[in-house]
Design a protein around this ligand. Structure first.
Ligand code: NAG
Ligand code: NAG
Length: 511
């Protein structure tokens, strides 16, 4: 008996050790094959970057760039306090995303000035009760760079609001449905608002909250397919926020399978993932994309209950195994899905295989084309072809460009959160061009070393160390970008930064 037990133990010990060795070998191989990314994680790039550079600034008609600062607006639920107004106020600080909509001629900003108190990704997750806000700017109608707070009616009183990714679905020239990722107190949700143009600017109205374990557990960005169907990118599984145990188990089962759910049930620490998950998951790839179809006739539920936010929804897992899934958008012809993969410093371009995808079957997406960029890619934004340029039939983007903003150094980002300097910003434009022209970015930034995907070019639009000075506006830790290069749109280029004091607006950026 004793001997049998000993043999069993030694055998399972060997199994355990070899499993462990295999995992270590796999991770080592991953780290090695991703030297480009590990460099971005462990090195400061500030010395290599210019203080502030935007495309065209050395030319004759240089773009005019300035801070995009809204007036402090009283809101008892905001985090910042203004002595002058003797009130808590919303300000345009720590705006993660900015989206221009060319049907409405409006730009929307998603800002959370209390982020340093409630950051479920970087921590700490201390005080969820404050609210961030949305801001709008009718960027074509006026020269003003000053956005206004978007008033929202009927948002339930008991909710926290920590906006991250945002997107707009215009339903006419004066009405839209907007979707906002909310890193709320209990779980991450999608907030659905309808927005109307009024005589005093835009006004929003709360429609509903969406939470589903597979749909929004790790939500980062959202793309509306139509008014009742969305694609949601989910970054990963470990967060500084403690989520309900049942929601976590359901998410793990739905995304990773029942064996993983059993593993979680055995290995969780007080209902949370063990902390080693947070160190390895963006290497292994625990991010995913889901599709949610939802009913908007659901009454706004009082008293926060995550199960109530599941009512009238249907969720499908679209793709998994992503190394930190971030910005998301469908191409206008709906034939490709564009997805920022932060942990690979790349944007993925997935062919959508079905002509009319219901997103309900396996095999919805083909193999992704990997489009590397010189930073950890965050949000994405597509701009139409310029100057009636010839569109090559084999161009999967059909003349469109992918813009993405991101973080050229995770170390600089971490240091800036500790109060050591600012986090740099980098924005590029990716488009199909078999001639592959060299990036016009200033040296030595353009020598930071990466090879664009075959037949694609990557051209920088903005590079900065991120430091603001009174006479030189800048933007730190760029995470969102939008651009309307047309003359009608005044060549408006906007960059928002996760931990930036102000977003940046440049006018006159036509090419
Ligand atoms: C500040 O950050 C840089 C990297 O960006 C690092 O090299 C340096 O040691 C940091 N300084 C302090 C005092 O932590
Ligand atoms: C790259 O471009 C060339 C020239 O236009 C074209 O013949 C080739 O098919 C392209 N390859 C891919 C993978 O798109």
């Amino acid at each position: 008996m004793g001997r049998a037990l000993q043999r069993f133990l030694s055998q399972s010990g060997i199994a355990l050790i070899s499993t462990f060795a295999a995992i270590i070998a796999y991770l080592a191989l991953e780290v090695y094959s991703r030297r480009r990314v590990t460099h971005m994680l462990s090195h400061s790039v500030r010395p290599a970057l210019p203080p502030f550079w935007v495309r065209g600034m050395d030319g004759e008609n240089a773009p005019q760039c300035m801070a995009m600062r809204g007036d402090p607006t009283p809101d008892p639920k905001a985090f910042p306090y203004s002595d002058e107004l003797a009130s808590r106020v919303q300000i345009t600080k720590f705006c993660e995303d900015v989206k221009i909509d060319t049907t409405l001629d409006v730009a929307l900003l998603a800002c959370d000035p209390g982020r340093a108190e409630w950051d479920i990704v970087f921590g700490p997750a201390k005080s969820p009760e404050y609210r961030g806000a949305l801001w709008f700017l009718d960027y074509q109608a006026s020269n003003s760079p000053t956005p206004q707070l978007l008033p929202i009616d009927d948002f339930p009183d008991d909710r926290s609001f920590h906006p991250l990714g945002i997107n707009v679905h215009a339903t006419s020239q004066d009405t839209a449905r907007i979707f906002v990722v909310n890193n709320a107190a209990v779980v991450s949700t999608i907030e659905v608002f309808d927005m109307d143009r009024t005589d005093d600017g835009w006004r929003g109205r709360f429609v509903r909250t969406i939470f589903t374990p597979v749909g929004t557990y790790g939500a980062d960005a959202v793309w509306p397919i139509d008014a009742n169907r969305i694609l949601v990118s989910n970054m990963h599984v470990y967060f500084h926020r403690v989520s309900p145990y049942d929601a976590t188990v359901e998410m793990v089962r739905g995304v990773f399978g029942s064996w993983a759910a059993r593993w979680f049930e055995r290995n969780h620490v007080d209902g949370q993932f063990p902390s080693y998950v947070s160190f390895s998951e963006d290497l292994i790839g625990s991010g995913w994309v889901s599709h949610i179809a939802f009913d908007d006739e659901i009454a706004a539920h009082d008293g926060y209950d995550w199960r109530a936010a599941e009512a009238g929804t249907e969720t499908e897992l679209v793709v998994s195994g992503i190394k930190f899934a971030n910005g998301i958008q469908l191409t206008p012809d709906k034939k490709h899905l564009v997805l920022g993969e932060t942990g690979m410093a790349a944007v993925l371009l997935y062919p959508v295989l079905s002509e009319n995808p219901t997103w309900e079957r396996a095999e919805r997406l083909g193999k992704a084309l990997v489009l590397p960029v010189p930073f950890l890619a965050d949000n994405v934004f597509l701009t139409p072809p310029q100057n009636d340029a010839d569109v090559l039939p084999e161009d999967p983007l059909q003349g469109y460009s992918i813009l993405t903003a991101g973080h050229p150094s995770a170390l600089d980002m971490e240091e800036s959160l500790k109060g050591n300097g600012t986090a740099p910003s980098w924005v590029v434009q990716i488009y199909y061009d078999p001639a592959q022209p060299k990036d016009q970015a200033p040296a030595p930034a353009n020598e930071l070393g990466f090879t664009p995907a075959h037949n694609f070019t990557v051209q920088s639009l903005l590079i900065t160390k991120g430091a603001n000075t009174p006479d030189a506006p800048s933007v730190a830790s760029s995470s969102g970008v939008s651009w309307d290069p047309t003359y009608r749109g005044r060549g408006t280029f906007m960059v928002a930064g996760l931990y930036s004091d102000d977003p940046l607006i440049c006018r006159g950026m036509h090419t």
